[in-house]
Ligand binder design. Structure first.
Ligand SMILES: *[C@@H]1O[C@H](CO)[C@@H](O)[C@H](O)[C@H]1NC(C)=O
Ligand SMILES: *[C@@H]1O[C@H](CO)[C@@H](O)[C@H](O)[C@H]1NC(C)=O
Ligand SMILES: *[C@@H]1O[C@H](CO)[C@@H](O)[C@H](O)[C@H]1NC(C)=O
Ligand SMILES: *[C@@H]1O[C@H](CO)[C@@H](O)[C@H](O)[C@H]1NC(C)=O
Ligand SMILES: *[C@@H]1O[C@H](CO)[C@@H](O)[C@H](O)[C@H]1NC(C)=O
Length: 952
């Protein structure tokens, strides 16, 4: 109960409210060393899940030992003894080929893993010493399934929907690989959410009242195990009009991100580990170098982790490892100074991500209101010192539960994206990190290149590009754009080639024949593209676009007239707008509008018509936060209802109507091979088989335990007075003999026994003991059952007395009805007295004469009769309205909040349109809502039953 209350308070603080029939959703904050799992469920909203070891964070480790799969503490245990049998730190291997520098570095750090190339995904796979092979995606899939199991255990229901965090710097191939891992795990991925954005959302959601129209800029600095990220986030409130009235909602925008992919705890630990290894080798006591012994090396690294932690608080420590190898111990003093010296080059990199984040956000350090550090490694004193110096006295704040912030933020997002939770709007605008451009050539000569998503462009977003004068099939290359803002090192980590994919557009020539020139004008080939909420780029529909003029006598509104006038600027029937190519900061060269098709003088084939590139609205404007604001001087599409209503007149209008001819496309993924659905399914099956094997093992263990404890307990019980009273000497001897026999079997012969055999044994021994156990239970439960019956008799009698006192002409009951109840009461009373007496005379070790079954039948009979009369009374006089049990409040449309996928990517449909609405306008979300209206908890009880009691 207390737990529930606490959860409720948390829930309302963060702005997530439950509605009826909520399905639980989960989040996984997936790190390279640890993961945290959170659920939002009707019973326990927004909670960090405990894993099987009852911990709030779960190591990302999977071990296989003697064919048995292990997670959590067990896996860590195996890792200590057999590092090569436990897979760990593999997250960053996602979406990379074997020769990728990060993979090579991984292999160097963990020489005991056998890595090879996975021909299916082009990625990496591990071979276990026992022979099993797993791709990185499969391993991540197992981890996610394990997370799902923990979430389900917490929520007490099946959970499929999840938001999974992803490092902000993950590129296209890496994101797709992670999404694939989720799909291998059978998880319905609501979104991959950048972990820094999740942290920022969590921070904001708990402080929504602190933001106003003036932007608050916060710098988050997160040093994790594997990487470091700095993020500039701007919080402010902005007005939205999505529900027909203006309301204010908080918005967070990612303004800039800087990162270092391999600056993190692992690297610091590695330096210390190597230091210890060197010291050990210097002892020259062992016959081999420590690097030739995996277990020895692992022991040193484990000690390195401890040394690192202790050096955060102490200036020196004695590192001590017993029997590193060959019974040789290591004992060596490590000072903080030594540690800082050996990591000097790492410390030199600490502030670079901040510099990059600030530079890319174009927000100066002086405009940063607060700095928040996240991640355990920021506890290293030297790092704190460096940060403090760099940030010039801006205090470092750790005001959030940094460790769990990303999981909670992602859970908030999951609740928002799923059905059944009412979530106060908190708009999270993420920003694209790596520019993405398209390239294609016309007639094999003219090369056209346009940036589609520039750096810091907001997503999710849908964009289109129009390629004019294409007459034949052509190939569009999707590439990363200019990455020179990245360090050389980071650039090299993006992969060998900047190609992401190529799309062969087919059937262009045929499609052009569809409409004769005099009928419609060809405008070009339009390519629909999107960056989805997970930051994954897609090419959607490709079509040839025609336009024809249509003269209609119509009741023209002002809007229609504007539309007619600027016909080309607006999409046709669907009211969609074409988006410009290029970016506000770096306009594409030669990017002029090219009106009219077939014009030979035009060299541009990509038009940037209509509304301008995403420019976040100024704070406090009346614009919807997600809506694009016009940048160039052309009018942008608006849908103001007031405008449509005014100035109607009959007039012939010329409308431009769009006609579309869908084209075939062939997508060829170039950065990493796309994995066939079949192979994904094969991996899913592989994981399912492992799960089945685990559950079979679990069932076997359970069956064995059940038999074992039954034998044990029954033996114990037989020696108690209660059981001795209820059995004969002969019975007991027989039972003990049987128990002993089975116990012996269990101990010496049952090793190969399967679950069925074990269950069978339990069943047959249960037959032998049944009579005695039944007798004990009968004797034990009888007094209480008799009490219930007597109690019911008493109530019925009182009720009957009441009814009998009603004058006959007012009573709704017939005399016979009252008599029937009266007789039943008397008969039952007599029955109780007689049967109790008989039972008293029966020895305890004989079959009981008065059984529970008999008593229950009497209770039921009496209950039925009494209820019959009560119901009759109720229906006969509908009178004063009986207070109805309050039903869970169903708040109509507010209840289900579902962001449909289209809305996510379609620029034309700003997110606010489907944004969940606050419970009340500008809800004081820090104040817990009235639980009765906001959180329907229990299921409504059978009203009949309820009313019966109220009448009693
Ligand atoms: C916004 O909040 C800040 C601090 O919370 C305050 O200094 C500022 O005056 C507020 N601005 C407005 C417009 O309310
Ligand atoms: C990569 O893209 C360029 C055009 O941007 C193209 O010329 C080249 O062939 C592509 N590389 C591959 C391997 O497809
Ligand atoms: C197209 O891009 C060019 C070059 O950046 C710019 O000058 C022009 O205003 C843009 N046109 C439209 C319609 O956006
Ligand atoms: C509108 O066009 C129709 C023929 O398309 C013509 O008969 C009619 O007179 C026109 N009306 C106006 C108001 O121009
Ligand atoms: C066992 O039986 C004796 C004699 O009938 C009785 O006094 C005693 O309370 C019984 N013990 C239990 C545990 O039922």
């Amino acid at each position: 109960m207390r737990r529930c209350g606490l959860a409720l308070a948390l829930l309302s603080l963060s702005g997530v409210f439950l509605t009826a029939h909520s399905l639980a959703v989960m989040s996984v904050d997936l790190g390279s060393e640890w993961m945290k799992i959170a659920v939002v469920s009707p019973g326990m909203p927004m909670e960090i899940c405990l894993n099987r070891d009852s911990q709030r964070k779960t190591p990302v480790v999977i071990a296989f030992r003697d064919g048995e799969r292990q997670y959590g503490d067990m896996a860590l245990n195996t890792q200590t003894k057999f590092p090569d049998k436990a897979f760990a730190n593999f997250l960053y291997l996602l979406g990379k080929p074997l020769d990728h520098p990060i993979v090579q570095e991984f292999q160097k750090k963990f020489p005991y893993y056998k890595l090879s190339s996975d021909e299916n995904s082009g990625g990496v796979k591990f071979t276990h010493p026992e022979g099993m092979e797993f791709s990185v995606e499969e391993l991540v899939g197992m981890i996610l399934k394990n997370a799902q199991a923990a979430a389900q255990a917490t929520a007490g229901q099946r959970i499929k929907d999840a938001v999974i965090t992803v490092p902000a710097f993950f590129n296209q191939a890496e994101r797709r690989a992670l999404a694939r891992a989720a799909s291998i795990a059978g998880i319905n991925l609501l979104q991959l959410m950048n972990d820094n954005t999740a942290v920022a959302l969590n921070y904001g959601a708990f402080r929504r009242k602190e933001f106003n129209a003036t932007a608050t800029n916060i710098l988050f600095y997160d040093m994790g195990t594997g990487s470091t990220t700095a993020t500039v986030i701007s919080y402010q409130t902005a007005k939205t009009r999505d529900r027909g009235f203006v309301e204010t909602a908080p918005v967070l925008s990612v303004k800039g991100v800087g990162y270092d992919r391999d600056l993190g705890g692992l690297e610091f630990k590695h330096r210390l580990g190597e230091h210890l290894a060197k010291k050990f080798d210097e002892l020259k006591k062992a016959s081999k170098k420590v690097h030739q012994n995996n277990r020895a090396l692992f022991k040193l690294y484990k000690e390195a982790e401890r040394v690192k932690k202790i050096l955060s608080a102490n200036t020196e420590i004695n590192a001590q490892v017993e029997n590193v190898m060959e019974d040789i111990d290591l004992k060596v003093t490590v000072t903080r100074q030594e540690f800082e010296d050996m990591c000097a080059d790492l410390f030199a990199r600490v502030t670079q991500p901040i510099e990059d984040a600030l530079a890319s956000s174009e927000i100066g350090l002086d405009q940063i209101n607060q700095v928040i550090v996240v991640g355990g490694n920021t506890r290293i004193p030297k790092i704190q010192q460096i940060l403090q110096e760099y940030l010039k006295g801006k205090g470092l704040s750790k005001s959030i539960n940094a460790d769990e912030a990303a999981a909670m933020g992602a859970a908030y997002q999951a609740a928002y994206l799923s059905k059944g939770f009412k979530v106060l709007p908190f708009v999270a605008k993420d920003a694209n990190l790596y520019p993405i451009q398209v390239e294609f050539s016309r007639d094999g000569i003219k090369n056209i290149q346009r940036v589609i998503f520039n750096r810091n462009n907001e997503f999710p977003k849908h964009k289109t590009i129009l390629a004019t004068r294409m007459e034949k099939d052509f190939t569009v290359y999707v590439n990363y754009g200019d990455l020179s803002f990245l360090s050389k090192k980071e650039q090299s980590l993006m992969g060998k080639s900047s190609n992401i994919s190529s799309i062969l557009v087919k059937g262009v020539a045929e499609s052009l024949k569809k409409y004769p020139t005099e009928e419609a004008e060809v405008r070009g080939v339009r390519i629909h593209m999107a960056m989805d909420a997970s930051g994954i780029f897609h090419i959607d529909q490709v079509e040839t676009l025609f336009e024809k003029e249509q003269v209609e006598e119509a009741e023209a509104s002002t809007l229609d007239k504007i539309k007619a006038q600027f016909g080309k600027m607006f999409g046709g029937g669907e009211g969609e707008a074409e988006l410009p190519v290029g970016d506000k900061k770096e306009p594409e060269q030669g990017d002029k509008p090219s009106e009219g098709t077939g014009s030979e003088t035009q060299s541009e084939t990509v038009k940037n018509e209509t509304a301008g590139e995403a420019e976040p609205d100024a704070p406090g404007t009346e614009e919807k936060p997600k809506e694009e604001k016009s940048k160039d001087d052309k009018p942008k599409e608006e849908k103001p209802k007031e405008a449509a209503a005014e100035a109607r007149e009959k007039k012939n209008v010329t409308k431009k109507v769009e006609l579309k001819q869908k084209l075939d496309k062939e997508v060829n993924v170039l950065d990493m091979p796309d994995v066939d659905q079949e192979l994904i399914e094969a991996s899913a099956k592989k994981l399912q088989d492992l799960d089945d094997k685990d559950s079979a093992q679990l069932a076997l263990d359970k069956a064995r335990n059940a038999l074992e404890s039954f034998l044990h307990e029954t033996k114990d019980k037989l020696s108690t007075e209660e059981y001795q009273n209820a059995s004969t000497e002969k019975e007991r001897t027989k039972i003990v003999e049987a128990l002993n026999k089975e116990q012996e079997w269990l101990e010496y012969e049952s090793d190969a026994a399967d679950t069925e055999t074990l269950k069978g044994k339990l069943a047959s021994i249960a037959v032998i003991t049944k009579d005695v156990i039944d007798r004990v239970n009968e004797h034990r439960d009888r007094p209480q059952a008799l009490d219930s019956l007597n109690n019911l008799l008493k109530i019925s009698k009182e009720y009957l007395t009441n009814l009998e006192s009603v004058p006959e002409d007012e009573s709704v009951f017939t005399k016979v009805e009252l008599q029937t109840l009266g007789t039943l009461i008397t008969d039952t009373e007599t029955w109780v007295v007689e049967q109790t007496a008989i039972q008293m005379k029966t020895p305890l070790n004989e079959a009981p004469k008065l059984t529970m079954k008999m008593i229950f039948e009497k209770i039921q009979g009496l209950d039925r009769e009494t209820k019959y009369l009560m119901n009759k009374a109720r229906y006969a006089q509908p009178k004063k309205k009986v207070k109805k049990e309050k039903e869970p409040e169903k708040s109509g449309d507010d209840e289900t909040i579902k962001v449909n996928e289209e809305a996510i990517i379609e620029e034309e449909k700003p997110l606010e349109e489907t944004q969940p609405t606050p419970a009340q306008e500008d809800t004081a979300s820090a104040v817990p809502p009235d639980p009765k209206t906001e959180v329907p908890v229990v299921e409504p009880q059978d009203p009949k039953q309820e009313e019966v009691h109220s009448e009693l």
